[in-house]
Design a protein around this ligand. Sequence first.
Ligand code: GTP
Length: 243
Amino acid sequence: MDKNSNEPYKRVLVKFSGEALAGKDGFGIDLEVLEYVAREIQSVHSTGVEVGIVIGGGNIVRGVSASKGGIIGRTSGDYMGMLATVINAVATQEALERLGLFVRVQSAIEIQEICETYIYRRAVRHLEKGRIVIFAAGTGNPFFTTDTAATLRAIEIGADVIIKATKVDGIYDKDPNCFQDAQKLSTLTYDRALHDNIKVMDDTAIALAKDNALPIIVCNMFKTGNLKSIILGNRSLCSIVKN
Ligand code: GTP
């Protein structure tokens, strides 16, 4: 399929930030928010699309922040962050299973007692069987963000698009909080995102998406039904980064 066409998506990867799970407390997992996220994923899955998920770990540990005081090194801080994503993945798996969905967690770092280890072919098999696959522990390497991990997994599993579920409804030409005339961009190129330093994702993730012509959708996950509408073709609810 031409990934830039308007055909319905067959397989998507949705990236949630860990902070999104934290709710008002700003830390840990807010169970109401977790349930909301699970219902949104359920409604995406109900369209018949195959769903892979990556969740960050920033609600528990952020590698960069953990290493700021100098006590914890960046490498260990990043590994701690990867472990945090496993906690979020297991919590999300439980929440989705309570809704009757079939879910497999695959970790880039082997933790056999808790979840499967990431095996590309196995992940694809799960997706083909209609299971939701949550990819945990980032890429398994420090110095890479979960956005990069999500982009990598999206490319590996042949997703048609990566959906970055955020707190904003898209990308603006200027800060909408400061400028009333800020315009939402329905589409923009990878080159512009990189050149204008529009931090849709970090540069590594955008470059990887560009090299593999993987469109990046940015949308607001806190509007009920948004993700599903976008999957069903309502692209006015988001911005798309593509060639
Ligand atoms: P099929 O091969 O398509 O039947 O997939 P399946 O995931 O149902 O098969 P399997 O019997 O391998 O898995 C059954 C359950 O065990 C699932 O919940 C898996 O996530 C889990 N599981 C499989 N491998 C591991 C592992 O290495 N560690 C852990 N903790 N769980 C695993």
